[in-house]
Design a binder for this molecule. Sequence first.
Ligand code: WTA
Length: 651
Amino acid sequence: MSDLKIYPPSAEFVARANVKGMDAYRELYDRARQDPPKFWSELASQELAWFRPFAQTLEWDPPNAKWFTGGKINACYNCVDRHAASERKTKPAIIWEGEPGDQRIITYEELQRLVSRFATILRQLGYKTGDRAVIYMPMIPEAVIAMLACARLGIPHSVVFGGFSAEALKARIQDLDAWVVITADGGWRRGKEVRLKDAVDEALLECPDVRNVIVYRRTGSAIPRKEGRDLWWHEQDEQFSGAQLVQMAETCPAEELDSEHPLFVLYTSGTTGKPKGILHTTAGYLLQTSMTMKWVFDLQEDDVFWCTADVGWVTGHSYVVYGPLTAGASVVMYEGAPDYPAFDRFWQIVEKYKVTVFYTSPTAIRALIRQGDKWPEAHDLSSLRLLGSVGEPINPAAWEWFHRVIGKGRCPIADTWWQTETGAIMIAPMPGVVPLKPGSATLPLPGIIPDIVDTRGVPVGDNREGFLIIREPWPSMVRTIWGDPKRFEEQYWSRVPGAYFTGDAARRDENGYIWVLGRVDDVMNVSGHRLSTMEIESALVHHPAVAEAAVVGKPHEITGQAVCAFVTLKKGDWDHTALGKELRQWVAHEIGPFARPEEIRFTDALPKTRSGKIMRRLLREIIASNGVTGDVTTLEDLTVVTALASQHDDD
Ligand code: WTA
């Protein structure tokens, strides 16, 4: 490690930073560690707007945490109303660009009107606190407006990423028992329409409890409409005409909700075939997402903040919507693909809107590196002052490029480690403080007590690999798995009693810097998206030709990992090339295009242990080396391995 280059923050950056100098960080960190309730309660009182102050900071009955109990609060009020009532009212809240080049700038004041109108629509249709809504939208302001309107009424929302298929959407609507689905006719991606409403129609064939689908018109293409169930957003909105009705719609009050009122459920892949509904609640989540805006992104009043994530993922929830809006920031939002119409779309947007803080994924960075420096060099990127990375470990070469070519050597890079379950960033540099080491997420944020332990839960020493855990509760932590508290406890809290098990491996170096190495479970990370091996396997075995399937991640230059499936077929005379194509398409249909296997290998049998478990480790080795090096004494049938290793790409 000693030959590694270290990047301290520049004097210019430090001069303006919210937190400057290692001493200031240590002071904050120690204060949070010594008296966590005091630390968090002071921040919660200062940073959030309360209808009624909370009585108790934390009730901790592992694994169940309740934060800020006795308090009454509303997420939408915190994100919108209080700014609209301040000098921020004419400040842009959302700076949006559509893929075709259309744009909208929505101030806090306008956002309040738009959100209130949509909340009024939901209320008039009879939806109320505690009912659930599913949002399946492109990256347009209405996705944010729908989320905030739900929050305003206390309707927990579940945003389903627009890249998920009808099958995946159906499973989420059913698991949540949602009664209303908010969608659009479609969205634009690489110049083509993604027809969202078609997927909703297909999903709803098996969701009889859904009463309404509210459809925003984005692309204007013809869509079938089910009378009584399907409503156009704009037609609902048109009923507010005349001063009195408009006034009524635009003053829809924000419900006074408990601190622990469910804000949203976001489904994420776990180690079984069934996605987990991660539940986040109101006050703690808002506090930690907005504090990390200040600590990690060093948010200043004049910043233009752009997180490129889709609102369908947790990064979009926390750093496109709730974190930056709670903190009163101007947020850039872009509908389409980074390479459309050309590879400089990101840099064009940075230049056009004078983005100051830019937060993206290593996959996006690697894909853009490949296109060469001429794309960013054609643009004025001098507005940038800070960069961020999330979703997977960033390899030092990509880090260096991001720093040199995009940040011109001036901008610190915040490599942020966190998860859907943690709600907010847990490990990341405070950029005015921490000297950076490319590839390390560096140090834990105040209030976060990570540790690295062995299989018995005993801390491993410096520079040794182990499981990453978090020892103390934190405000934005997952509260449960929707409808499955037993799985919640088993999954996260049973490996090391009393501590949260992240599922990641990590190492801590001699300076206390944490290096996250990747998942230790059957979760893959493809382009920074979490995919479960089991979920793809169960999709594959649904296909009539497939007898058995085993899925593993294989290293990939751009996406970090790629999906590789080993498949055994039922008896028959199969054309492997055609079937390989069909199976890849099948997975795209069952889950979504981003889960499509890059490679399918057909085999007569899968390597299994004597107890019948598929040996994925072995399959991973076969992929990595096209041979076998590991210990195979537990293998039932060695010939299977040899056959698999000798087989190359079938596709
Ligand atoms: C991985 C995304 C290394 C990790 C916010 C984690 C990272 C999973 C980093 C969560 C990072 C995320 N360095 N690995 N900076 N950020 N990961 O739930 O394996 O989609 O467990 O949340 O992504 O993915 P999720």
